[in-house]
Ligand binder design. Structure first.
Ligand code: UD1
Ligand code: CA
Length: 452
């Protein structure tokens, strides 16, 4: 197969999103939609990738800059149409011969197999079409461009909705917008486009007639409508998110993860879950979570940037924030928040605690209501709890502080200096008892009340 370059159009404003954030950076499964598309393009093995940016371009440049995607940028100052947008890739693609696949940043879920099918159709022995357009049979063709087929079922031309007559509008075979074009001809054909049409734009779609005028064959490859779904509004974004989640839940179950009520569990694109993990209803995975074999994530838990060890138990109602690293068979119970903290194997934090910037040893037991006081309003400090230590309920561990292996902390203590191995640390006022006080208190108050 020939070399392939990809051109991704993302210069449009996306006004219907009603957002200050660029449309292609809106997230699906905790990842910008553009990056879902760029992942597929990467798998396709494109030698060159060019992103056409314009409106809100700084945002796209910055976001891509934080990743390892190898894309060149080409700027389209004014959005004069999809054909004009592709023209902007001319310099970036200088010297590149082969096939150019043209994609839209707001149509992020074209499956890899569909892209491969387009490239394969472009390279059929003997046929060698100059353009392969991705079409689909639309349930409701609305304002999509229509594909007009020739007698031999090749593609004769594409007519935009605005320019179409009634007979053309009755066609249900629509243009997804995506196409593969012969790289040797692409820019020559683009140069001859005109904007003499209903929208006053340079239409990429006019390339088809232009190629045929050169006696070059143009054809259609078909996709399913849901594969070519574009995201233009918040409602579309929600539909795309839902479609992603349905697919991912099925994939998770196929790899041996139990989802008791799949529809209530949300994954990030990068969530990694081993087999024999059970996920109870209403669990949300933000980015960067790995869950190892046999763990159980109980209902109403929220996890991001966390590692859950083999056989560990999380929740119900737990929150694991970035840097939470929970050891094998450890237990995080209800209303516990863990951030940037490593918990050893078998450690337990069962109820109502905040453990942040900490290291908790294997088998340690953190009592209900324990708080690591990790922040003084300016800096963060570490708490270290040794192996097998026992922290009594309602303890404040004022960091930086270290509790030795096997030490015990008395309930209700505020611990601000280190406690040695196997020692008891306790900071409570001495307990007093005043015999008969309560009975006398009640009788005095009752007598006073009767006098009123
Ligand atoms: C386009 C197709 C139409 C197809 C539809 C599918 C053309 C002329 N029409 O129409 O046949 O049915 O997609 O959704 O191609 N963009 C730029 N610069 C521009 C204009 C657009 O970068 O000057 C980008 C947009 O950001 C977007 C993509 O190109 O990602 C598509 O543009 P859009 O205006 O949505 O195209 P449609 O008019 O919907
Ligand atoms: Ca569109």
């Amino acid at each position: 197969m020939r070399n392939t370059a990809a051109v991704i159009l993302a210069a449009g404003q996306g006004t219907r999103m009603k957002s200050t954030k660029h449309k292609v950076l809106h997230e699906i499964a905790a990842k910008p939609m553009l990056f879902h598309l760029m992942d597929t393009v990467h798998l396709l093995g494109c030698e060159q990738q060019v992103l056409i940016i314009g409106s809100g371009r700084e945002q796209v440049e910055e976001a891509v800059g934080t990743t390892e995607y190898k894309a060149k940028f080409a700027v389209q100052e004014e959005q004069l149409g999809t054909g004009h947008a592709v023209m902007m890739a001319c310099n970036a693609l200088e010297g590149c011969s082969g096939d150019v696949i043209i994609l839209f940043g707001d149509t992020p879920f074209i499956p890899l197999e569909v892209m491969q099918k387009m490239l394969a159709a472009k390279n059929i022995e003997g046929e060698q079409p100059g353009i392969v357009v991705l079409g689909f049979d639309a349930e409701n063709p609305g304002r999509y461009g229509r594909l007009v087929l020739a007698e031999d079922d090749s593609l004769e031309r594409i007519v935009e909705y605005k320019d179409a007559n009634d007979a053309e509008r009755a066609i249900t075979l629509c243009n997804s917008g995506m196409m593969v074009v012969d790289g040797d001809k692409l820019f020559e054909w683009l140069d001859s486009l005109s904007n003499d049409n209903a929208a006053g734009e340079y239409y990429l779609t006019d390339l088809v007639e232009r190629a045929r005028a050169d006696g070059v064959k143009t054809v259609v490859v078909k996709a399913e409508e849901h594969d070519v779904m574009g995201v233009n509004s918040r409602a579309d974004l929600a539909v795309a998110e839902n479609a992603f989640q349905i697919k991912r839940r099925r994939e998770m179950m196929n790899t041996g993860v139990t989802l008791i009520d799949p529809a209530t569990v949300y994954f990030a694109d990068d969530t990694k879950i081993a087999n024999d993990v059970v996920i109870e209803p209403n669990v949300y995975f933000g980015p960067g979570v790995t869950v190892h074999n046999g763990a159980r994530i109980k209902a109403f838990s929220h996890l991001e940037g966390a590692i859950v060890g083999e056989g560990a138990s999380i929740g119900p109602y737990a929150r694991l924030r970035p840097g939470a690293d929970v050891g094998e068979k450890a237990k995080i119970g209800n209303f516990v928040e863990v951030k940037k903290a490593k918990l050893g194997n078998g450690a337990k934090v069962s109820h109502l605690s905040y453990i942040g910037d900490a290291q908790v040893g294997a088998g340690a037991n953190i009592g209900a209501g324990t708080i690591t006081c990790n922040y003084d309003g300016f800096f963060k400090y570490q708490t270290v709890v040794g192996d097998g230590a026992f922290i009594g309920s309602n303890t404040a561990l004022v960091a930086p502080v270290t509790i030795g292996n096997g030490a015990i902390i008395g309930a209700g203590s505020v611990i601000s200096s280190d406690i040695d191995i196997d020692a008891l640390g306790v900071t409570r006022a001495k307990q007093k008892q005043i015999d008969g006080f309560a009975a006398k208190f009640r009788s005095d108050k009752l007598a006073k009340k009767e006098q009123e």
